[in-house]
Design a binder for this molecule. Sequence first.
Ligand code: GDP
Length: 318
Amino acid sequence: MILAHLPRFHLSILAKPSFSLSSSHFSFLNPKPSVTVSRTLFSFASKSNLATVEPNPLSVSDSTDLDDAPVEIALDKLFIPPETDISGEDSASLTTRILKGSNIVLSKYARDAQVVQADYVKSSVKTEDCPADGLPEFALVGRSNVGKSSLLNSLVRRKRLALTSKKPGKTQCINHFRINDKWYLVDLPGYGYASAPHELKQDWNKFTKDYFLNRSTLVSVFLLVDASIPVKPIDLEYASWLGQNQVPMTLIFTKCDKRKKKKNGGKKPEANIKEFQDLIQGFFETTPPWIMTSSVTNQGRDEILLHMAQLRNYWLKH
Ligand code: GDP
């Protein structure tokens, strides 16, 4: 059972979510919900479908895939998008609204998620040089080798698009890819290169932080964390900085297909994910959205696109 060990809280959840919004961002740092609804834990295993707003019904019996096993998650650990009312939902109907392998509830804004076109646009060295057409964007960031290029390619279903970001001279840039001529996926420099000189590391830090704080069209940062290895302090630092600066963040756990054997001392992705979530809990007043992914099996691909669609469509309307 995936994430069977997620912390079980004494559940209380707001009947109507009250995410306060900064000018252009979702904020995940609001006071905890206060209306007690029930103590029920929800299990979910719904399959997503990009072609439809409505999630498909619960479906577990037709699959032996581990990823399809029901997951139990505490109500107050769900990510409930703004303008999404779950107060009238019973456990069964809420279950069908949670994206598989995530804590994300689908909202009415989850539409137009398909990627039909993806084009590399430009590489910028400063926030001011980024495209100025006002389209919403999502930034992918993570430690080097976390699987960022693989994920980007998997999202746009192109084998080599992200190679652009790996070309010499582009790895330290803000790389913009326009999707469907409507929004951007942004590839940011990987952090944590052991061999990079100190000054260069500092510089990357400054430049990505400036982008996070000043890019008005940034809808959410997607922080990639390798779920196949134990928690790295540098990832915790990154998550904590984003939390403290109220930069909207979605956690993308990568390489969830890698299942380490206990006898070799390795933990399973689920255990690493739980540890990461426990450790960052203090930085956020409400649980940030998270999604389990694998670029090998394409797990989480549709879920990421649906999540991006609902954040984007909400952002465009407000
Ligand atoms: P980047 O440096 O963050 O862009 O990472 P890459 O996408 O280049 O991936 C780094 C390494 O991890 C490569 O050897 C990939 O084949 C491998 N990798 C990436 N994603 C996955 C995944 O989901 N599962 C597994 N098993 N390996 C992956």
